[in-house]
Design a protein around this ligand. Structure first.
Ligand code: ATP
Ligand code: MG
Length: 273
């Protein structure tokens, strides 16, 4: 397992390792804050989300996990009174800079929500939607995209004979894999997942966790979860948030076996949260 790249300004730079693609952080926060009016929900977080790894964000309800996640692809933009300070960089670009194109940002950073939210359209059109939005692909190209995305999301075999069926006729677990396929169809680099299995039964949850393991290495995945076992099973790195502050961050194996902060340990052992 590789260590995340050092926080900017930490002075801990190994030039050889820094040159390795895998160490380049896709998403970097530098003293990043998010406010809902007077509510300082994310407090000056400095953190690198390493490329092509799975990072779990954990912490008690209301600690700012979803706010942090939604800040990365600017899903908080429309919230009245919402504002940010500090820096958030995606692929070296200022996410909140004046030159950033939000539509492109959201193509490159896909998102999957807690409740599966397929469009009330056919399975095929759910997947084709994003590509049609961004370009004008031919029919064959669209078909290839639909098949590839469903394959990647582990759903192809179950739906290949019913692509014209309404997506809402799928089971909850299948709908969530469809939403993942929809996100993958536009070739994102980062996948944000906000408690993607909390509405699913254990079997459907296990399928999503297997899928995350398969997607790892191809996409940078950031997943919010309330489930400690899930964080331990699927993630390479874990960030623990508490009341908007980043309390501790590190390789998941180390965080779970030797947390450095008492609050991390207390949370992980179920003493609060
Ligand atoms: N749309 C909103 N408008 C105003 N305040 C909000 C909004 N969304 C979240 N907040 C506030 O921001 C803080 C962080 O909320 P957030 O939803 O990010 O927490 P969370 O860690 O995802 O919680 P949970 O585990 O319950 O999903 C809370 O105080 C919450 O009340
Ligand atoms: Mg949340």
């Amino acid at each position: 397992m590789i260590e995340p790249s050092p926080a900017p300004g930490s002075g801990r730079t190994d030039p050889q390792l820094a040159n390795e693609e895998g160490r380049r952080a896709h998403v970097t926060c530098q003293n990043f804050s998010f406010y809902y009016g007077d509510n300082h929900a994310v407090k000056s977080v400095t953190l690198d989300f390493p490329s092509y790894q799975v990072t779990a964000i954990i912490g008690p309800s209301g600690c700012g996990k979803s706010t942090m996640l939604r800040s990365i692809n600017r899903m908080n933009d429309l919230i009245p009174g919402g504002r940010t300070s500090g820096r958030l960089l995606f692929d070296g670009q200022e996410v909140y800079g004046p030159r950033l194109d939000v539509v492109t940002l959201r193509r490159r950073i896909g998102m999957v929500f807690q409740k599966p939210n397929p469009f009330p359209k056919s399975i095929f059109n759910n997947i084709a939607y994003g590509r049609r939005l961004h370009e004008s692909p031919g029919k064959g190209e669209l078909q290839a995209t639909v098949e590839r995305s469903l394959q990647r999301a582990g759903l192809w075999d179950e739906v290949k004979d019913r692509l014209d069926d309404n997506a809402l006729s799928l089971s909850g677990g299948q709908q969530q894999r469809l939403c993942i396929a929809r996100a993958l169809a536009v070739d994102p680099e980062v996948l944000l997942m906000d408690e993607p299995t909390s509405a699913l039964d254990p079997r459907a949850t296990a399928r999503i966790e297997d899928l995350i393991a398969e997607l790892r290495g191809r996409y940078s995945i950031i997943i919010v979860t309330h489930n400690m076992q899930q964080a331990a099973r699927v993630s390479d790195f874990t960030a623990f948030l508490y009341e908007g502050n980043l309390i501790e961050y590190g390789p998941t194996a180390r965080m779970f076996t030797q947390p450095r902060e008492k609050r991390t340990e207390d949370y992980m052992t179920g003493r609060f949260g």
